[in-house]
Design a protein around this ligand. Sequence first.
Ligand code: SAH
Length: 215
Amino acid sequence: MIPDWAAERNRMVEKQLRRRGIRDERVLSAMLEIPREQFVPSESRLLAYSDDPIPIGHGQTISQPYMTALMAEALELRGPETVLEVGAGSGYAAAVLGRLAARAIAIEIVPQLAELARANLRRTGRDANVVVVDGDGSLGYPAAAPYDAISVAAGAPELPQALVRQLKDPGRLVIPVGERSDQELLVVTRRGGALDTRVATLCRFVPLRGGEGWK
Ligand code: SAH
């Protein structure tokens, strides 16, 4: 039996997002629209709307829906922004960000996953304003900098200064920072030349690799 994916999406948005405090209607409607089942491996399709991260190969995971929503909401996107996502993985979060902003650039360090993200975005017709580039996103992506918003989907040992440098004023950066296996989700806001940092939640992301990541 083929699941009613629209109904699954609706249930996910109500139970996992709205009920837990995600309020931004643009984020909620983006997540009602993006077919998450198209971004998970075919053997995990029936789990696409479960309340967990899902393995996507190469030791990586597609983040839990709530985490994708929380990060997108923290960026306070209104539509005209250019967003950098570090850690494209399956391409799912990039698709969500692409729906909320004018342009999303997702950088991925594992070439096979960059290819997977591109294929998923193309197949779902989300590639018009979302591009996936290969590279070490712990150093940002200077070619398209500065960014109105940056979202990092892997945990860093410290706040990568390259990402702070590539953030516009005003601009927002959301990133897990802490230990290898558990972190704080930081929301860094630049406004009027000053940086403000708040902790959104505790979290558990895969490690950020690369120059400003874990060795
Ligand atoms: N946003 C993804 C989640 C991917 S998990 C999704 O929605 O599916 C985190 C991803 O970060 C992994 O794919 C991992 O390979 C990637 N990653 C880790 N370190 C990186 C780095 N320095 N630069 C770019 N990508 C990195």
